[in-house]
Structures are given as structure tokens and as C-alpha cells.
Ligand binder design. Structure first.
Ligand code: EPU
Length: 425
């Protein structure tokens, strides 16, 4: 088992480059299933989840060539696909559920293991299922699997989502692009990752109107063609670097990042006292003082992203003043504050609110990352805590942050990965 060991106190300074978004590329890989032939994706982050998705696609009958250092994946999709996603892969990565829509569209059937809940909450699938039923599919739950099937081509329908769910929007979109007739998804998610998949599907020959708005209108086409597509940059990784710059009173330029995708978060950093400026291909964050506390309310895009909430709790933990953080998407995302408290943070939670009273110092200690973003929050806290912070559960952080340690070192942080056993010898 590996541990991230961080000696806090260094100001981060320099330039860091962000790659494509994990939360886009996994769906783009699933979308490739919709067209026979070879689809190539670039700016693919070199993370384990991409390898898990590659393995899932191989088991469905695809040839997948994943070149990590070149940030490229090529997927060759055969004419006839298998349609079962097994529990052993789905339990390792719940995003595997995104093969449900494309498999149903391509094969008329999909058996996908139910992912269950995880460390950030219960994570329902009711809107995915209701949407597919509206398109004419039969969907049942048998022995831990979602079994979806249709005797004929899916049929376009009007679907109103109770909540602008990213996953449900993607499932319905990927099922509808080759359905018979027009599908309208109302109250659709508007995230940049949704726009990215719409752009790829349009290039594959799909007819989609309204990408990036709350209403997606999809006119089904007979067939899609494979394409080459460059993954949208990872706004959450970019935002994590921005918070790192602000917390360490540093000066960091983040490249291959789109500040327009991070307006809510960058605006909060300005309120915290940072100078944020746009540069060619990205943005720069400079901070000269201790941050001021900032209230945060998580909401679907373009609201403040839940995936940056732990990082902002970390910022507020060392800020001047007190802040109220409200989490509206994942009920268990505050679990990590218990770990932050081990570093001396003063955070009180009540339901979906957390009151964070800033402390002038945190003090390094061993802590455990329980999910990707909790891990990111703990790394940020470790960068400013006195002494050494040892973060267990590094595999969670690796799922979202490729090459984190070299990038942190390049910016001046004192950080290393060590075998946990060597801590006791
Ligand atoms: N929900 C339902 N029923 C559904 C679908 C969603 O109740 O049918 C609920 C969920 O339980 C949750 C809320 O709606 O409370 C939002 O879920 P959504 O479907 O929007 O999220 P997701 O597709 O499961 C993706 C990202 C998350 C990110 C959210 C919100 C991927 C693989 N995951 O999840 O990313 O937080 O959108 O932006 O794209 C992460 O990267 O750390 C992460 C958790």
C-alpha cells in the first residue's frame, strides 16, 4: 500500500498543464460503441478508470489500444457486440453504467451490473431507467443486474428529468441518437462534459440541438460513423490547482484549461482574495495573503461544482473568518471532514450544511482519502499544514489526478509516494 507524504509550507509557483476530463472520456469511450469501426480519443488522462473502461469494452468484443503516455485511446468496435457488463468491473468503477444506453441502442439489449452506492452517497439510477422506458425499452432488475431490452428500434419520446442528472442525460442521449423519431430531454444537464459528448456524437453523424442548454432535441439517425475526438479539458483538476495556488499563497498558471468552465469556482477565489487572470490557453491564480472565508453552495452546472466542494472546505479551514458550505448533490460528501479534523480543522456539519471556522494553522497527521475529491481536499490541506501529512487511500486520488506527484513537485511542493510499510521501519 502506498502513502502520499507531504511536508507542508511550500508556496506553489509555476505552470501546470491539465489533460482531458475523466468524467468526459469514460462516456466518450462508451459512445464509441455506437459506431462500427475505429474511434480515436486524444487528451485521455492516464488514470486507472480509463484502463477499467478499456477492459470493459474489450469484454464486449472491442479491440482497445490505450497508450497512457501519449494520452490516446483507439477503440475498434466490431459489427456484433456482447452486451453484458459484469459486476467485477462495475463495482470497481460505477461510471461503467454509461455503457447501458449505447449497448441498448446497438444490440437491443444490455445487462449491466448495478453499481450500488459509494462513499459519497446513494447515487440513484431511477431517471436513467425511466428515460429508457420512455424510449420503449423494458428494464428490469434481476440478480443485481439491470436488464434492458427492446424488440425493435427505440422510439423517440419527450422526457422531463426531475433533476438535471449528468448520468441520466448521457444514458438517454446515447440511447436516443439512433432511435426512431425525435427525443426531447427537458431539464437536461448542461455540464461541459455533456457538450463534449454531444459534439462527438454530432461529428459521428447524430442530430442533436441544444447542447449546453436545458433542452436537448435529438433526431434519431440510422447509423453513426467512428471519429477522432479530443477530450474536453478537466475543469475539476484545473479548479483543484487554482485552489492549491490560493491556499499556498502561490502563483500558478494552469494551461489547457478553460476558465469559462470554472466561472463559479474562480469567482469564489476572487472573493477569497486571489487575483485570477486569463492567459492564452488557460488562467493564472496569484494569492498574496491568507484567504478570506467564502460560502459555497453546490449546484448542477453552471452552479458551483460538487467535485470542488472538499477543496473549498480545505481552503476555508485555513481562511480568515467562517464559511457555510452547502452540499446539494451527494449526501455523504461531508464524511471527509472527520479526516480534515485530524489536521486540526474546525468543521461542524448538520445535514447538508457544513460550518467551517478558519484556523491560522493546520498540523500534519496521517489521514485517509475515501474518494477522489476528498483525497484532493486532504492533499491541499497537507500542502499548508505544519509538518508531515501522510495520506492513505492514494488509489482514490489516482483515479482522478494523473501524475499528481511530479506536477506538485514541479511547482515546488515537498511530496513523495512511499510504501506504507516504510513508515514503520
Ligand atoms: N440521481 C438520482 N437518480 C438518477 C440519477 C441521479 O437520484 O437516476 C441523483 C444522484 O444520486 C445524485 C444526483 O442525482 O444525488 C446527481 O447525480 P448525477 O447523475 O448528476 O451524477 P453522476 O452522473 O452520477 C457525475 C460525475 C460526478 C459528479 C456528478 C455531478 C462521472 C463519472 N461522475 O456523476 O463526479 O460529481 O456528475 O456533477 O461523470 C467525481 O468525479 O468525483 C464525481 C463524483
Amino acid at each position: 500500500m502506498e502513502v502520499l507524504s507531504i511536508t507542508g509550507g511550500q508556496r506553489l509557483f509555476g505552470t501546470v498543464r491539465v489533460t482531458g476530463a475523466k468524467n468526459s472520456v469514460l462516456k466518450l469511450m462508451a459512445a464509441a460503441l455506437l459506431a462500427q469501426g475505429t474511434t480515436t480519443l486524444t487528451e485521455v488522462p492516464d488514470i486507472l478508470d480509463v484502463e477499467i473502461m478499456a477492459e470493459l469494452l474489450r469484454r464486449l468484443g472491442c479491440e482497445v489500444d490505450h497508450d497512457g503516455p501519449a494520452r490516446r485511446v483507439s477503440i475498434t468496435v466490431p459489427e456484433i457486440l456482447a452486451h453484458r457488463a459484469d459486476y467485477d468491473l462495475v463495482r470497481r468503477m460505477r461510471a461503467s453504467i454509461c455503457v447501458l444506453g449505447p449497448l441498448l441502442a446497438r444490440c437491443g439489449a444490455a445487462d449491466v451490473a448495478l453499481p450500488g452506492g459509494d462513499n459519497i452517497g446513494s447515487r440513484g439510477l431511477d431517471m436513467h431507467i425511466a428515460g429508457l422506458k420512455k424510449l420503449g425499452a423494458e428494464v428490469t432488475n434481476q440478480h443485481g443486474y439491470l436488464i434492458a431490452s427492446t424488440q425493435q428500434r427505440l422510439t423517440g419520446a419527450s422526457i422531463w428529468l426531475d433533476f438535471p442528472s449528468v448520468g441520466a442525460t448521457e444514458t438517454i442521449l446515447m440511447a436516443a441518437v439512433t432511435a426512431n423519431g425525435v427525443t426531447v430531454i427537458d431539464n437536461a444537464a448542461r455540464e461541459p462534459e455533456i457538450v463534449d459528448i454531444c459534439q462527438m456524437l454530432i461529428n459521428m453523424g447524430a442530430s442533436i440541438d441544444g447542447a449546453g442548454t436545458s433542452t436537448l432535441t435529438i433526431e434519431g439517425v440510422e447509423q453513426l460513423e467512428p471519429v477522432a475526438h479530443c477530450t474536453v479539458s478537466d475543469r475539476i483538476v484545473a479548479g483543484t490547482w487554482a485552489v492549491a495556488a490560493a491556499m499556498t499563497q502561490g502563483d500558478v498558471t494552469v494551461l489547457n484549461a478553460n476558465p469559462a468552465h470554472l466561472e463559479a469556482a474562480l469567482d469564489k477565489l476572487v472573493s477569497a482574495g486571489a487575483q485570477v487572470s486569463h492567459v492564452a490557453g488557460g488562467f493564472r491564480v496569484i494569492m498574496d495573503n491568507r484567504p478570506l472565508a467564502v460560502d459555497v453552495v453546490t449546484l448542477p452546472y453552471p452552479g458551483f461544482p460538487t467535485d470542488l466542494q472538499p477543496q473549498f472546505i480545505a481552503l476555508n479551514a485555513i481562511a480568515s473568518g467562517a464559511a457555510l458550505v452547502t452540499e446539494n448533490l451527494f449526501e455523504a460528501r461531508f464524511r471527509f471532514v472527520q479526516e480534515l479534523a485530524r489536521l486540526g480543522a474546525d468543521v461542524r456539519t448538520d445535514g447538508h450544511h457544513a460550518l467551517v471556522r478558519g484556523r491560522s494553522h493546520l498540523s500534519g497527521a496521517p489521514v485517509e482519502a475515501t474518494d477522489i475529491r476528498a483525497g484532493a481536499g486532504l492533499v491541499l490541506a497537507g500542502l499548508v499544514a505544519d509538518g508531515i501529512t501522510s495520506i492513505y487511500g492514494v488509489s482514490h486520488i489516482d483515479r482522478g489526478y494523473a501524475d499528481l506527484v511530479p506536477a506538485l513537485r514541479e511547482l515546488g511542493a515537498q511530496v513523495e509516494r512511499i510504501e506504507a510499510e516504510s513508515l514503520f521501519t
